[in-house]
Design a protein around this ligand. Structure first.
Ligand code: SF4
Length: 175
């Protein structure tokens, strides 16, 4: 289980995550194959809500019509009234990593951080951030995690507006 960087009380007040401007947003959570199977087995996510590129397909944001600041879409698991994830304890691996992201650039696998996260921005230069980044780098470089990324290379994406934190070991299939 990955330790969480952003405290829950901060997340609950923030209006950034789990909302998307486009239905095919690169920020919609990408699922590992076993997560897809688990959702299907438990019938907690209908197949129609899983996109061809293995993401949770965003749904229309009911608040977007009345509030111009609200993006047009949210994650299917997002409770917009409570501003929280309905499956928080079982959220996907990518959501657990956030605001950190796995990026693929120039055939390198990088641990990056999303500069749109206000908490990450605020903490960027602190010892707390460095300590967490070191912890996460070491977690992601474990053989079991490398195997997981080798099995799910679609999790490695070309994100924009991210800051590089560390280079990770490369899953064989991604080379
Ligand atoms: S699964 Fe939960 S944490 Fe992940 S994007 Fe959807 S609502 Fe947010």
């Amino acid at each position: 289980m990955i330790k969480q960087f952003v405290p829950s009380e901060v997340c609950l007040k923030c209006k950034g995550c789990c909302r998307f401007r486009e239905i095919d947003s690169v920020w919609a959570p990408c699922l590992m194959d076993e997560e897809i199977q688990d959702f299907l087995d438990k019938e907690s996510l209908p197949p129609a809500f899983i996109s061809m590129d293995k993401r949770i397909r965003p749904i229309s944001n009911p608040l977007a019509q009345e509030r111009p600041e609200e993006p047009g879409y949210t994650c299917a698991f997002f409770d917009i009234d409570k501003n929280m994830c309905k499956i928080y304890d079982e959220r996907p691996f990518e959501c657990r990593l956030y605001p950190f992201l796995l990026s693929m650039r120039n055939k390198k696998v990088l641990l990056t951080v999303d500069l749109n996260c206000p908490y990450a921005q605020e903490k960027l230069k602190t010892p707390e951030f460095k300590e967490y980044a070191d912890y996460l780098t070491s977690y992601l470089n474990q053989p079991a995690t490398i195997r997981l990324l080798t099995d799910n290379p679609h999790l490695l994406q070309a994100y924009e507006e991210v800051l590089d934190i560390a280079e990770l070991k490369l899953p064989d299939e991604a080379q």
